[in-house]
Design a protein around this ligand. Structure first.
Ligand code: ZN
Length: 240
């Protein structure tokens, strides 16, 4: 089976469409949360994912937008964007987001937005942070999002190793347990503004990180029209 694994779409339809087009045919989409927040197309992004065979877990911005998390825990820009996204969301899409689980196990894989220890808020950025995360899931592999940074962490006997992400080529899933981040679709934060995604091939047991260019200016123009914060518009140019 061929899976498209993606995270942090953040209401950026141009980025999502570019990812779906380049990924081509897949058996299922696995979405690691934060469908909405920050960007200008919340309904379109939720509906696009719902139209595909998929599994999706909830992210902090999803529940912030639904008023299920305290918006005071978000920075001022994220808070404003959550409030704007909240006004836009249809009742049906709100119900869909409301129905999402925080933690999903599918065969050898666990799916969660933040970390297996703290599902919505904790970032897994470093080997240290990954090391203590391994105790909080039972499967060989765990996909996380939330950082908007592609990453691979491999559990070793006494510690954990961050393996450099080399895009556009298959990497075998190791016999050791792994925590894997596909990177962010709608607001990358690794200084590369291209949308990030990952292909999981369970026949060959490989993962493959990818980046794809998209029409950033289309998303930015919609954000301007919506009156979303300038800082959120500008950061898409830099991938930060
Ligand atoms: Zn996010």
């Amino acid at each position: 089976m061929r899976y498209l694994v993606l995270s942090d779409i953040h209401s950026n339809l141009a980025a999502l469409e570019a990812v779906l087009a380049e990924a081509g045919e897949v058996d299922q989409v696995w979405c690691l949360g934060d469908l909405v927040g920050y960007g200008p197309d919340p309904n379109e992004c939720v509906e696009r994912i719902r139209s595909l065979p998929h599994l999706c877990v909830v992210g902090n911005h999803d529940w912030g937008t639904l008023d299920k998390l305290d918006l005071n825990d978000f920075n001022a820009y994220a808070r404003r964007a959550c409030l704007w996204n909240r006004e836009q969301l249809s009742a049906e899409n709100r119900d869909y987001i409301d129905s999402l689980d925080e933690f999903v196990v599918e065969g050898a894989f666990t799916l969660v937005h933040g970390s297996p220890r703290s599902h919505l808020w904790e970032y897994v950025m470093s080997p240290d942070e990954a090391t203590h995360s391994f105790a909080f899931f039972d499967t060989p592999y765990c996909f996380v999002g939330h950082t908007h940074v592609p990453g691979i962490f491999v559990e070793r006997s006494a510690s954990c190793e961050a393996v450099p992400v080399q895009g556009d080529r298959p990497v075998p899933l190791s016999p050791e347990r792994m925590i894997i981040n596909p990177g962010g679709v709608g607001q990358p934060r690794d200084s590369d503004p291209r949308a990030a995604y990952l292909i999981l091939d369970t026949d060959n047991m490989t993962i493959e990180h990818h980046r794809v260019e998209y029409a950033i200016e289309v998303t930015q123009e919609k954000m301007r029209k919506a009156g979303l914060p300038r800082r959120l518009i500008d950061r898409l140019d830099y991938g930060w």
